[in-house]
Write a protein that binds this ligand. Structure first.
Ligand code: NAD
Ligand code: IPM
Ligand code: MN
Length: 356
């Protein structure tokens, strides 16, 4: 089957890592002719903005809607204000295509560095289900009395019943299928509307899933527990902003930003889903082939899984683990001296050797 994939490398290291992701997916196609990809590249991002005043073409969303999936590097670069670049491209895509589920594994692979002395892969094995369409990222608010002494800024958080129910239900279904516990992370003590509502819906839905063990933590305590007792967390569901912050924390305990992947899903398939590493454009190392492309390879694995190729999805994770444990073609963030492209080549070599 042929899957039409829109490739948006974006900015900075996004361009470098997405090359490797595409390289690996092309290798899968070569080894398994049943899986074919037709890639179309879109040059959207901050450079495009500096030439055109736009982050994407006017008909960009319309054109993307024709694809089966989107593979994205990273968006945002010094020179263009972040709220312009991100709302013009990345967040616009997530919203336009109602990609309301953000699946972010926080899983310590064998051989990956972990700053927690006494923790090993058996202790750090979570899947974050981040609400990805509303909440603190509603994108609305008001700016009153601009530049006056009484200036006030209001940023709205929007939590709809439909929005909360669908993400929490997605997480319960996943927990049931995986036979794992489900933890909700919120902040009802201070956020006396949004998070009280969230907790209530979590509680209501839990009645429908008596077989799923549930836990509920306040976000501040959860941040502490992810460090001191990460083994408590299996499937985790949380709001947009909390999920954003906690998955960077998760990356820090599971090998670093270079190993943190994410999938932005529209589970119903009404719109294309999008696969991307969770890191940004890393201006500090961009253009030097220093970026670790393994997070992007992991996102490619999520893409394969989404399209139903579970076995190949697992093989990509095996390849990453092989590089970490034995073969050691690794970028500097993981203690190696390899270039970005060497790592992609090493993944390809592993797949060719084992699955040709
Ligand atoms: P960042 O993730 O780009 O970088 C944070 C740190 O992690 C840097 O020191 C960087 O060198 C390192 N790092 C990140 N990815 C790495 C990789 N693959 N290999 C090795 N090291 C890696 O975060 P930032 O510096 O806060 O943001 C830079 C820009 O990216 C901003 O414009 C921000 O808005 C944007 N951003 C975009 C996305 C996205 O497109 N999904 C995500 C986060 C940040
Ligand atoms: C992420 C990023 C984005 C987010 C930014 C760049 C808008 O940090 O994908 O984690 O907050 O969702
Ligand atoms: Mn983030």
């Amino acid at each position: 089957m042929t899957h039409k994939i829109a490739v948006i490398p974006g900015d900075g290291i996004g361009i470098e890592v997405i090359n490797e992701g595409v390289k690996v997916l092309n290798c899968v196609s070569q080894l398994d002719p049943k899986i074919q990809f037709e890639f179309t590249h879109f040059p959207w991002g901050c450079e495009f903005y500096s030439k055109t005043g736009k982050m994407m073409d006017d008909d960009g969303i319309e054109r993307l809607s024709k694809f089966d999936g989107i593979f994205l590097g990273a968006v945002g670069y010094p020179g263009v204000p972040d709220h312009i670049s991100l709302w013009g491209l990345l967040l616009r895509i997530r919203k336009s295509f109602d990609q309301y589920v953000n699946v972010r594994p926080v899983k310590l692979l064998k051989g990956a560095p972990c700053p927690l002395k006494e923790k090993s892969p058996k202790d750090i094995n979570m899947i974050f289900i981040r609400e990805n369409s509303e909440g603190e990222y509603a994108g609305s608010g008001s700016w009153l009395y601009r530049d006056k002494p009484n200036e006030v800024v209001i940023q709205d958080g929007v939590f709809s019943r439909v929005g909360c129910e669908r993400i929490i239900r997605y997480a319960f279904e996943l927990a049931r299928t995986e036979k794992k516990s489900l933890t909700s992370i919120s902040k009802g003590n201070a956020l006396n509307y949004s998070m009280v509502f969230w907790d209530q819906i979590f509680q209501q839905l839990s009645q429908e899933y008596p077989d799923v063990e549930t836990h509920s933590y306040l976000v501040d305590a959860a941040a502490m527990l992810m460090i001191t007792k990460p083994e408590r967390f299996e499937i985790v569901v949380t709001s947009n902003l909390f999920g954003d912050i906690l998955t960077d924390l998760g990356a820090a305990i599971a090998g670093g930003m270079g190993l943190a992947a994410g999938a932005n899903l529209n589970p119903e398939g009404n719109f294309p889903s999008m696969f991307e590493p969770i890191h940004g454009s890393a201006p500090d190392i961009a253009g030097k082939q220093l970026a670790n492309p393994l997070a992007t390879v992991w996102s490619a694995s999520q893409l394969l899984e989404f399209f139903g190729y579970k076995e190949w999805a697992a093989r990509l994770i095996d390849a990453i683990e092989y590089l970490l444990v034995e073969q050691k073609t690794l970028t500097p963030d993981l203690g190696g001296t390899a270039k970005t492209a060497d790592v992609g080549d090493a993944v390809v070599a592993y797949l060719q050797k084992h699955f040709a």
